[in-house]
Design a binder for this molecule. Structure first.
Ligand SMILES: NC(=O)c1ccc[n+]([C@@H]2O[C@H](COP(=O)([O-])OP(=O)(O)OC[C@H]3O[C@@H](n4cnc5c(N)ncnc54)[C@H](O)[C@@H]3O)[C@@H](O)[C@H]2O)c1
Length: 249
């Protein structure tokens, strides 16, 4: 069998970058489908310089045409798609505040990127996955969906929707041997600088965790690697919280 192919949306920085690097180390050919092409190229070079295979394809997950072009490019270059990590999202740039101050445009933008984006990319890859009767879809939710963090209603809503989308999709594509699962990280420090307010928030979050230390991308890559592997063959529709035990279901 030729190398498995994994698409990571928003893989140009942060968690997506860590996921792309880990899946490449696991022996997958990695596609960084990212709106920020400069960052995507940097991650691609990082992966290639470590001796692994990667492509960077400029993609806007909210644009069906852009996503279709990306999928066609992947098929032409690799001939298959086995794994999709729906990771791209708006997060740090979303305005925080009381819900009545969030405008309808701001709410809809968060939904468009974080939810509709995952829907668009999943629709575009599913027929390619079905051809091999094997697939892994991993969606990024957030533990904010469990905790309902105040001042972030639009983001929290999108991450709750991702859990339901995961379950609904798992029911539809299970017969094709495609699994669909979600991961809920806690507040995770990446290489992206997020400012003082976030550092204060992190202190509170850490003190509420069973394991009282800062969550980092390396805490999440094991779950991604497992869900993308044959070892998770019979696990689908599930949401795995990787949050140092800040909350329990
Ligand atoms: N970092 C955290 O604390 C945390 C916690 C819980 C969940 N998450 C989730 O993990 C994922 C990654 O988070 P992160 O902290 O790495 O975020 P980030 O903002 O650092 O990275 C998001 C990436 O998505 C890309 N992107 C944005 N819009 C896009 C579009 N329309 N098309 C393609 N790419 C687009 C961005 O360019 C960026 O590279 C997100 O889904 C987020 O909701 C993160």
């Amino acid at each position: 069998m030729s190398q498995r192919v994994a698409i990571i949306t928003g893989g140009g920085r942060g968690l997506g970058r860590a996921f792309a690097k880990r899946l490449a180390e696991d022996g997958k050919t990695v596609i960084i489908a990212e709106i920020d092409q400069e960052n995507a190229l940097k991650v691609k070079e990082e992966i290639i310089s470590n001796g692994y295979k990667a492509y960077a394809i400029k993609t806007d997950v909210t644009d069906e045409f852009s996503v279709k072009q990306m999928v066609e490019e992947v098929c032409a270059a690799c001939g298959r798609i086995d794994i999709l990590v729906n990771n791209a999202a708006l997060l740090g740039t979303l305005k925080r505040g009381p819900f009545e101050e969030i405008t309808v445009d701001e709410f809809e933008l968060a939904m468009r990127v974080n939810v509709t984006g995952s829907f668009i990319v999943t629709k575009a890859v599913i027929e390619v996955m079905r051809k091999t009767s094997w697939g892994r879809i991993i969606n990024m939710s957030s533990d904010t969906a469990l905790n309902g963090n105040p001042g972030f209603l639009h983001y929290v809503t999108t991450k709750g929707a991702i859990v339901s989308m995961t379950r609904a999709l798992a029911r539809e594509v299970g017969p094709n041997n495609i699994t669909v699962n979600a991961i809920q990280p806690g507040l995770t420090e990446t290489e992206v600088e997020r400012g003082e307010e976030r550092k204060e928030l992190a202190k509170k979050v850490i003190s509420a965790q069973c394991i009282p230390r800062q969550e980092i991308p390396d805490d999440l890559v094991g779950a991604i690697s497992f869900l993308a592997s044959e070892d998770s063959d019979f696990i689908t529709g599930q949401t795995i919280a990787v949050n140092g035990g800040i909350s329990f279901r």
